[in-house]
Design a protein around this ligand. Sequence first.
Ligand code: KIV
Length: 297
Amino acid sequence: MGLHQLPVPSLGAFDDILRLAPATRPTAMPEKPQIADFMALKGQRKIVCLTAYSAPMAHALDPHCDMLLVGDSVAMVIYGMDTTQNADLDMMIRHGEAVMRRRKSSLVVIDLPAGSYENSPAQALASASEIMAKTGADAVKLEGGTNLAPHVKCLVDSGIPVLGHIGLLPQHAVAGAAFRITGRSDEEANQLHKDANAVVEAGVFGIVLEGIIEPVAASIAIGCKVPTIGIGASASCDGQILVTDDLLGLYDAFTPKFVRKFANLQDDIGAAAADYRAAVIDGSFPTQDHLFWPKKT
Ligand code: KIV
């Protein structure tokens, strides 16, 4: 059986989950997470999502998250590239495999990189099938609204769960230019509502709302039947996502307004390297305990 024929819960099954009274839904993700477990968190408690690109980061984040996104932000954050548009299928697969090796109970979603899906639903299906087959991830994410609804429907009908992403779409941003927040005009606000409705109708199990002004993001989030995950969008979203390297203070190229740094690891790493340098130069490292000695006979 090809991967695109694997059975997944139908949208009807998702509807059943969302009809459960929030108080009766589980609050934690189980060891082998399913899309339905993630969806059931809607209305129960806020959903916690972060990006992860490596095995040790997945291990550290997994107990604290409901979803780990292997985002195409990996191109900028790990490879130092100018835009997410430089990510490709091999890069996403390699990092997806690494994250899957250490995840336990978080849903793992992998971004379809720019250029791998937009041309046609068939192209999207080929790329998504390859990612799913090679990594064993739970779902893929793609950026776009009404224009990408046929692509979403094709994946979902083929058994591949899809997370939507509307609003500010980094794959369309101009390299070097500031990211543009959306929803400021009536026309943009209407289009965002249409985008959300189109991808929900096409079968997404959740939507990332990125860089959308608060009232518009809030009205989309409040009216949406699937979980909404905000990034620079509304606190009314069902959950939030950040790029992990931003919240750790590891990514220093720029810090968007929507980021809160919960640590400053650039400084911590610098301080550790300075301590190491001093210890090597003054001879206090390595000590005898760090060295190997002949076995005692
Ligand atoms: O690639 C990424 O990290 C993302 C998040 C910012 C949502 O798409």
